[in-house]
Design a protein. Structure first.
Length: 107
């Protein structure tokens, strides 16, 4: 992931409602959720949800597909992994071996 794409993704997530939407979609998994179910789960008006989903989609963090009359939204897990990778790719470089342990998962 390049820096401009990371900035766009982070900016999209830098809002409490959009972050809640994205986290809800992460929990839902690859199958995603219909927009109405997301609105209901988060007690969010459909117009507000539409705005937030649009920004997450533009940032490349959410994919949408049509299923009959419903729009199904799903987190883009490849994009999420790319963003996390971008944020951690230089973790602890150049630090003493003891400090490098801070970058290992499982803490």
């Amino acid at each position: 992931m390049e820096s401009p794409a990371a900035v766009t993704a982070l900016a999209a997530l830098a809002h409490d409602r959009r972050l809640a939407v994205f986290r809800t979609l992460v929990v839902a998994g690859a199958d995603g959720l219909a927009a109405g179910r997301i609105a209901q789960a988060l007690d969010m008006p459909p117009s507000s949800l539409s705005h937030h989903l649009g920004l997450l989609e533009q940032a490349g963090l959410v994919q949408v597909r049509r299923a009959g009359r419903s729009l199904i939204y799903a987190a883009d897990f490849a994009a999420m992994r790319a963003l996390i990778g971008f944020l951690t790719e230089d973790c602890c470089r150049g630090l003493a071996p003891l400090a490098a342990g801070a970058c290992q998962s499982g803490d």
